[in-house]
Design a protein around this ligand. Sequence first.
Ligand SMILES: [Zn+2]
Length: 196
Amino acid sequence: MTEPKRVRQPGDRDVAPGRLALVQSFVNSVNVEFGPDEFASVAGLTRWMERQGFAAGLPAPSESDRREVVEVREALRALMRENNGATADPAARAVIERVAANCPLVLAFDETESPVLRPGGTGTRGMIGQVLAIVVEAAVDGTWQRLKACHEHRCEWAFYDRSRNRSGRWCSMAVCGTRSKMQTYRRGLRAPAGAR
Ligand SMILES: [Zn+2]
């Protein structure tokens, strides 16, 4: 697997550390607010996989493979909302468990002869298996809890919160933080009808 491409992050944040950057890139394959969605077509999904060092496999992913990938992506985004203080989303967990059942991981030895878990499948299911294996690793080492979906509901960009007390709420304080606060402010004003 090649090193994930470094894309400039909102708020000049650094991408998530190590392999977790792949999970971040997976969830950010769509810009929720402005598009585009790289997984909107099988061709786009194939291009994303190749860029991340996965062989899309033969035969090419099917439309139902594509839909499954999108389902997992949005379920992971829901878990990243939880990492940012949202209430638990049992439906998202159910999606991940259902899909994960078809994405086996097998024991292998890496170049340092240490045991690791690798996807047993190929194609999109191999890729999903890899993404989910990284989530498990990150949950164990404590980095997963820092990968959050932006609290501004129009945005939901996956960002990595490096703050000491894990208090980051927005991908960018200047953009999403400000508009989120403006919205709260406007709601608070509650001008009487016809006042303006
Ligand atoms: Zn944001």
